[in-house]
Design a protein around this ligand. Sequence first.
Ligand SMILES: CC(C)(COP(=O)(O)OP(=O)(O)OC[C@H]1O[C@@H](n2cnc3c(N)ncnc32)[C@H](O)[C@@H]1OP(=O)(O)O)[C@@H](O)C(=O)NCCC(=O)NCCS
Length: 140
Amino acid sequence: MPSDHHTELPAGKMPELRIMPMPADANMHGDVFGGWIMAQVDIAGSLPAARRANGRVATVAVNSFLFKHPVFVGDVLTFYVDIIKVGKTSITVSVEVYAERNRLQAEIVKVTEAILTYVATDEKRKPRLLPALDVASSSN
Ligand SMILES: CC(C)(COP(=O)(O)OP(=O)(O)OC[C@H]1O[C@@H](n2cnc3c(N)ncnc32)[C@H](O)[C@@H]1OP(=O)(O)O)[C@@H](O)C(=O)NCCC(=O)NCCS
């Protein structure tokens, strides 16, 4: 099993989100609340889902969520998202979160892994069929 400890962020991948937790996001010991991390994961995961849906999406399920290592105030968090499944109205994504800490020592830790499902919704907040992919433009 690969280690969660790295000296660089994953090469060649575009993050969806980068953010630094502040003291209000943590307990008295400086450990960041899991709920705060979950909120950021939900936002990051929704971005490629909304792009694929070409419009609004709602989170229907958090299929799995693993807090592998703690997150501390002052860490720089980077969120990577991959679409792993597309259904008729739903999009399932995998989210990986890396924390950069002790930046002079280039310590980077994969802290969180999650899988979430979003549903494309219409103006009445009901499920909406996903648009067909434009094969010509999606291959670029
Ligand atoms: C999202 C919502 C519009 C879906 O409506 P629904 O009538 O329950 O949807 P359906 O049963 O038709 O399912 C729609 C899709 O979601 C998928 N889905 C439903 N429940 C799921 C679950 N527990 N896990 C994974 N996928 C699920 C279905 O498989 C279906 O996918 P497909 O069309 O690609 O095959 C509705 O449940 C809703 O409004 N939920 C609240 C959303 C919300 O407020 N989220 C934020 C709070 S965290």
